[in-house]
Design a protein around this ligand. Structure first.
Ligand code: CS2
Ligand code: MG
Length: 408
């Protein structure tokens, strides 16, 4: 059989998603997630203008060969746009293969290595009382791990901190519909460094030692600042400190490692195994944070995680709302199958999104299961998707108090 049709759809049920649909000559449909936050149309155009015609007539079963054809074939390699497009094709082909086999995808990846996938939730609040309320709320829902982000005195709205009131939602939407340009936030690392250790101390006092606590530094610290911070927070036993330094500087983490035993996670802005070469071989990190959607799909993520496993490094796959339910399902099948699973990020999608994407993964007591449906277990309702028109949205920009553009 061969690939007959390749369609790209863009929908915006509260936020934008790009979805690839591949249909085979015998009518089997596979879905892939190609959502790149704030750059959705670039990936959609790459797929429909450049990739789609390369796929028509190919044998849908030749997943590895198709991956290499799209990666090595066009000469220009890597980058988030290209790798998100390859990821979508790869996911759709695995969806088709598993549907043909009549099995949930994780069975083709080696079968289950565990009963469920432990996930972490996003607990945040502008002050400690709101954060405490958020953590309590997640514990009541059964979560055993929370990422904690909170406001910093002297700064306004900070990325990653929910501005909604208690009991509404404790997480946030990464992209803002802010017109023709991004909104701007302010940052000061000194304020942050003097505030955060006290927050972790209070959380340990109030919630005890069982709770897994994660924290995202969003690439905002210099290597020496991150080293000092990671060392200072050791007594609070974080599950991980994420993205403490700018992502593209792999050797920055050498300094952090020399000074601290706080576990480190990085990689949500990476898009290939080469972004990790030094980090993995020098054991500078503990968790790989890439998204299946941004790193070339299931084929590439499986290789990356197998490489990490040799060095005792585990997975912590990126799973914010800007990964569609299709990309989330792909992550869950990998999580269940691989040996070196660490934890999975989970930001549940809103009700509108779940009307457009029919999911079958289930949450129970802090764990997700990808479902027993053949394939990835997610179907796009194309009529429902068509009702939500694309709306431009941006991630915010971060500036220091004096106006200098800063990492984030
Ligand atoms: C965050 C995300 O999930 C995370 O750890 O860093 O909100 C991330 O910033 C967005 O997904 C970027 O699109
Ligand atoms: Mg992050």
């Amino acid at each position: 059989m061969t690939i007959d049709l390749v369609d790209v759809s863009i929908t915006s049920p509260g936020r934008n998603f790009v979805t690839l649909k591949i249909t085979t000559s015998d009518g089997i449909v596979g879905w892939g997630d190609a959502t790149l936050n704030g750059r959705e149309l670039a990936v959609a155009a790459y797929l429909s203008e450049h990739v789609a015609s390369m796929l028509i007539g190919r044998d849908e079963d030749r997943i590895e060969d198709t991956w290499q054809y799209l990666y090595r074939g066009p000469y220009w390699r890597r980058g988030p746009v290209t790798m998100a497009a390859i990821a979508a094709v790869d996911m759709a082909l695995w969806d088709i293969k598993a549907k043909k086999a009549g099995m949930p995808l994780y069975q083709l990846l080696g079968g289950a290595s565990r009963e469920g996938v432990r996930v972490y939730a996003h607990a945040s609040g502008t002050d400690y009382a709101a954060l405490q309320n958020a953590i309590t709320g997640y514990q009541e829902l059964g979560y055993t791990a929370v990422r904690v982000q909170t406001g910093v005195p002297g700064l306004g709205q900070i990325y990653g901190v929910s501005s909604s009131g208690p009991g509404v939602r404790y997480d946030y939407e990464p992209a803002k519909r802010s017109g023709d340009r991004p909104s701007e936030e302010t940052w000061d690392t000194r304020n942050y460094l003097s505030h955060m250790p006290g927050v972790f101390a209070r959380i340990r006092e109030d919630f005890g030692t069982d709770l897994r606590i994660l924290h995202d530094g969003h690439h905002r610290m210099s290597p020496i600042e991150a080293a000092r911070f990671a060392k200072e927070i050791e007594p609070y036993d974080l599950f991980w400190l994420e993205d403490c330094t700018p992502g593209e500087d792999q050797t920055a983490l050498r300094l952090v490692r020399q000074h601290s035993t706080t576990p480190l996670a990085i990689g949500e802005v990476f898009n290939s195994v080469f972004d990790y070469q030094t980090l993995i071989t020098e054991r500078l990190i503990d968790y790989v944070r890439s998204a299946v959607t941004h790193t070339g799909g299931i084929t590439a993520m499986k290789k990356l995680l197998d490489f990490a496993a040799i060095y005792g490094i585990k997975s912590g796959i990126h799973g914010p709302t800007d990964i569609s339910p299709v990309g989330m399902a792909a992550a869950l099948h990998l999580d269940l199958a691989i040996h070196n699973f660490g934890i999975q990020e989970y930001m549940p999608h809103n009700a509108q999104t779940l009307e457009v994407f029919q999911t079958s993964f289930t949450f129970d007591q802090g764990f997700l299961h990808p479902s027993e449906q053949p394939g990835l277990g997610v179907e796009l309702d194309e009529d429902a998707a068509a009702a939500h028109e694309y709306t431009k949205a941006y991630l915010p920009v971060n500036r220091l108090l004096d106006g200098t553009i800063h990492d984030w």
